[in-house]
Write a protein that binds this ligand. Structure first.
Ligand code: 1PX
Length: 215
């Protein structure tokens, strides 16, 4: 089916975006980071409408940061480092509770950063899982160990229901359109160190500025 064929794309291109995130000065570039997330959202949308509530929230957050990248202050949002520096120096971050700056770049990026931690663990679980292990189990275990800690009960519940719609590991690996399941596993092994590096640099930056609990 041609129409379906036109919709398919390889997750390899998506994960490549994360390899372009870290600059020579070990800064995290915002544009490839957002490009990576957009690709992941496209992939998530292919998995079914049951995941819409997740992709909608991700899109909202991607767009908030994209708007900063399209504003007069776009230069300040070139890297996560420059964003943090600019927003903190100008009092643009709500530190105690959301009030004057409910959608700061810092708090919005933190949500994607936490989700990246889940992604890192999920992809590692997929990579090292048994042939016929359940993607839903890998997904819920890694979610419970990471993102779930920041989500209210109702979201955790809805996420748990959605995870049940995930296919088995091998089918999932094939859906990634990277070739055979073995080739997909190899690609994950290549891409994961880059994702881990992006995560680690951001985590250190946020810890250093005490921004890990932004409301
Ligand atoms: C090869 C595999 C690739 C899989 C791609 C999957 C892409 C998943 C994209 C998930 C992005 C989730 C962003 C969530 C940000 C967030 O935590 N938002 C919450 C807090 O925001 P707030 O502004 O209120 O402080 C917000 O409440 C979240 C609502 C939506 C539910 C989030 C559930 C996240 C589950 C993540 C697992 C995705 C399962 C994908 C299955 C493959």
């Amino acid at each position: 089916n041609m129409a379906a064929g036109a919709e398919t794309f390889s997750l390899r291109e998506v994960l490549v975006a994360f390899t372009a995130c870290v600059s020579e000065q070990r800064e995290v570039r915002v544009d490839p980071y957002l490009a990576g997330w957009k690709g992941l959202v496209r992939f998530l949308n292919c998995l079914g409408t049951i995941f819409s509530f997740i992709s909608k929230d991700a899109v909202t957050k991607i767009e908030i940061i994209e708007n900063y990248r399209n504003s007069d202050q776009r230069e300040k949002y070139l890297t996560v480092q420059s964003m943090v520096e600019y927003e903190l120096a100008n009092g643009l971050v709500d530190l105690q509770q959301r009030s004057k700056h409910p959608n700061s770049g810092c708090r919005t990026f933190l949500r994607l950063h936490r989700a990246l931690h889940w992604l890192q663990m999920f992809l590692e679980g997929l990579r090292t899982g048994e042939d016929n292990s359940k993607t839903s189990v890998i997904c819920s275990e890694t979610y419970n160990a990471s993102l779930a800690n920041y989500h209210p009960w109702i979201i955790r519940k809805a996420a748990g229901v959605a995870f049940c719609a995930l296919p088995t590991r091998n089918t999932f690996l094939e859906t990634m359109n990277v070739g055979t399941a073995e080739e997909a596993v190899a690609m994950l092994g290549d891409a994961l160190p880059y994702i881990c590096e992006v995560y680690k640099i951001t985590e250190e930056l946020y810890a250093q500025h005490k921004l890990l609990d932004l409301p």
